[in-house]
Design a binder for this molecule. Structure first.
Ligand code: ADP
Ligand code: MG
Length: 284
């Protein structure tokens, strides 16, 4: 049976005509492009601060559904790269594509709307607000309610059930009504993760999610990241090689603003350049 491919108006339903060949070509390219286009892709991405290149011609590809680690010594440009990807900084040059679409220069809110959320290297919570209030505000913000500070209980109440789900997801439901200032460090980081999840991101960027944590919290965070990575893509920065080895499908190593090596954890940890630049230093 001959069917129209539906891709092009000139399709002749399988008759051997010029149009058909074009259709088949188009079909093949759609199939192969869709399976090859990374979720996020940077090309020649560069950020200069007064002539100093913190991120230097970075070509990064993040595949959908993967957990991708970004590692490298302090000052390598990892946080700057996150700031570029999330619109907190505008690149000096280069492009960022998300689902194949150019998002270079978009504002942070626009990028968040597209489904890209991040957590920060340094905690950024309000000490007096409870975990639940943080989440209700985060959920209310896209509606505009969060900005008109403190609406009625009734208005904020509509976000309660989802807030409870989110705080439960990060293991803090028993502390939902405690002011954030009274939470332990690991719990604050978990609350921040819940805040990022409130945006229901397809792509989650985590900047040093285990920084400053003891082993118990580190292991809890590994389990948490694995859990929240289900059905989404995660890019994280971490110095802890146990975390990188436990979580990552793919590792990109940065040094002085550039990509030094890429591959699986097993591949990059044996790379001579990486050992010299980073692992050697980390274990020194
Ligand atoms: P990493 O997260 O890998 O430790 P950063 O991205 O924070 O590295 O920093 C990369 C380099 O860029 C560092 O040398 C840092 O001092 C510099 N840098 C970062 N942000 C700024 C800024 N706003 N102004 C000037 N220099 C900056
Ligand atoms: Mg950093």
């Amino acid at each position: 049976m001959r069917t129209r491919c539906g891709l092009q108006p000139h399709c002749l339903g399988g008759k051997w005509a010029v149009g058909t060949w074009r259709c088949l070509d188009r079909l093949n390219s759609v199939i192969s492009v869709n399976s090859l286009v990374p979720l996020l892709q940077t090309s020649g991405l560069t950020k200069e601060f007064q002539g100093f290149r913190a991120v230097n011609e970075v070509d990064l590809s993040i595949n959908e559904g993967t957990i991708h680690a970004l590692v490298g010594p302090n000052g390598a440009g990892k946080t700057t790269l996150f700031n570029l990807l999330t619109g907190f900084l505008a690149p000096t040059s280069g492009t960022i594509r998300y689902r194949g679409k150019d998002i270079t220069g978009k504002a942070p809110e626009q990028i968040a709307h597209l489904g890209i959320a991040r957590s920060f290297q340094i905690t950024s919570l309000f000490d007096q607000l409870t975990g639940l209030e943080h989440l209700e505000l985060a959920l209310a913000s896209p509606t505009g309610l969060g900005m008109r500070f403190w609406r009625s209980e009734g208005q904020m109440g509509q976000f309660r059930a989802r807030s409870l789900e989110l705080i439960d997801q990060v293991g803090l439901v028993h502390l939902a009504d405690k002011p954030a200032g009274s939470l332990a460090y690991g719990q604050k980081r978990a609350l921040e993760l819940a805040l990022a999840l409130a945006l229901e991101p397809s792509l989650l960027l985590l900047d040093e999610p285990t920084a400053g944590m003891g082993l118990e919290d580190v292991n809890r965070t590994i389990a948490l990241v694995k859990q929240v990575a289900k059905g989404r893509t995660v890019v994280f920065v971490d110095h802890n090689m146990h975390v990188v080895g436990s979580l990552s499908d793919q590792v990109t190593v940065m040094q002085q603003g550039q990509i030094l090596a890429e591959g699986s954890y097993e591949q990059v940890r044996l790379d001579e350049n990486v050992i010299t630049a980073y692992l050697g230093q980390a274990h020194a």
